[in-house]
Design a protein around this ligand. Structure first.
Ligand SMILES: [Zn+2]
Ligand SMILES: [Zn+2]
Length: 257
C-alpha cells in the first residue's frame, strides 16, 4: 500500500491542510488547497475513485467542490465515484454547490456518477474497488467538535491496514483504529491535548501501549516538531510511505519526498 500525505498541517500553519492519498486512488479528506496541491504534485485526479471524508470542517471538506468539478465539469467519469462520510454528506455537497456555484451540481452530478455511503455514530463498513485495487473501509465514530466525525481503517487485498483518525480527542475509537492497523495516522494538533484534538502526549502514550505499531502524526501545529519515540515517524507535506501488513517497509528520513 502506498500512502501519500498531500498535507500534514492544522489550519494556522504553512503546512498544507491534512489529507492523504492511498495507492493514487483512495483519497482521505478534501481540505482547502488540496486539489491545487495534488495538481502541483502531478497527481492524476481522474484516478481517484474513492473519497473518504472524516467530518465537515472546511479544513477537511471544502475542496470537495473542486474535486467534483475536476471529475464532472472538466471531465466525465466512466465509472462511479464512491463518496464515504458522515450522515448528511450528500446534502452538504448539494448545499456547498448552492453557495459557491449555484445550479452547477445538476450538471456535475451525472458526470461524476456519485455513490454515497454515509455513516452515523455506529460507524460501519464498505467494501469495493478503487482503480485496480479492492478495499475494505471500516468507519469508526471518533470524538471531535462536530456532531459526527469518523476515523477510518483501510484494508487492501494483501491484508495491509492503515488507520487514519481525522480530527479527534483521545477516545476508544483511537484505540480501536490502532488495534486494527499496522500504521496509524493521527491527529496531533498540539503538544498536549486540547478541545477537539489529540496532543503529542496522547500519541506518545498510544505508541508506548502499542510498540509494534507505527504512528504518523498529522494535522500538525507549528510547535509539534518531533518525538523521541522510535515508532513515531514525523512526516512532511508530499511525503510518500510504503507499507505492508507488518508496518512501514521503508523508513524515509525527514524531508524525503
Ligand atoms: Zn475539525
Ligand atoms: Zn481540522
Amino acid at each position: 500500500m502506498k500512502l501519500h500525505l498531500i498535507g500534514t498541517g492544522s489550519i494556522f500553519t504553512d503546512r498544507m491542510s491534512a489529507c492523504a492519498l492511498i495507492d493514487d486512488t483512495l483519497l482521505i479528506d478534501t481540505p482547502n488547497g488540496s486539489v491545487k496541491a495534488m495538481r502541483r504534485g502531478g497527481t492524476d485526479l481522474t484516478a481517484i475513485d474513492i473519497c473518504l471524508i472524516t467530518h465537515f470542517h472546511a479544513d477537511h471538506f471544502f475542496d470537495i467542490i473542486f474535486l467534483l468539478m475536476e471529475q464532472g465539469l472538466l471531465r466525465r467519469r466512466d465509472r462511479e465515484l464512491v463518496l464515504v462520510g458522515p450522515t448528511g454528506l450528500q446534502e452538504r455537497i448539494q448545499h456547498l454547490f448552492q453557495l459557491s456555484y449555484p445550479g452547477t451540481w445538476k450538471t456535475v452530478k451525472p458526470n461524476v456518477r456519485p455513490h454515497f455511503v454515509e455513516f452515523g455514530h455506529g460507524g460501519g463498513q464498505w467494501q469495493g474497488p478503487g482503480r485496480g485495487h479492492d478495499y475494505l473501509v471500516q468507519a469508526f465514530a471518533v470524538q471531535h467538535t462536530t456532531p459526527i466525525a469518523l476515523g477510518y481503517a483501510i484494508t487492501d487485498a494483501q491484508s495491509t491496514t492503515l488507520g487514519y483518525t481525522g480530527d479527534t480527542v483521545y477516545c476508544p475509537a483511537a484505540e480501536s483504529l490502532t488495534a486494527t492497523s499496522a500504521v496509524v495516522v493521527l491527529d496531533t494538533s498540539f503538544r498536549t491535548s486540547r478541545v477537539g484534538h489529540m496532543g503529542l502526549d496522547d500519541v506518545e502514550a498510544l505508541s508506548r501501549r502499542w510498540p509494534d505499531r507505527t504512528f504518523i502524526p498529522t494535522h500538525l501545529g507549528d510547535d509539534v516538531t518531533g518525538s523521541d519515540r522510535p515508532n513515531i515517524v514525523f512526516p512532511d507535506d508530499g511525503q510518500t510511505f510504503t507499507l505492508n501488513m507488518s508496518g512501514l517497509t521503508d523508513r524515509p528520513g525527514q524531508g524525503d519526498q
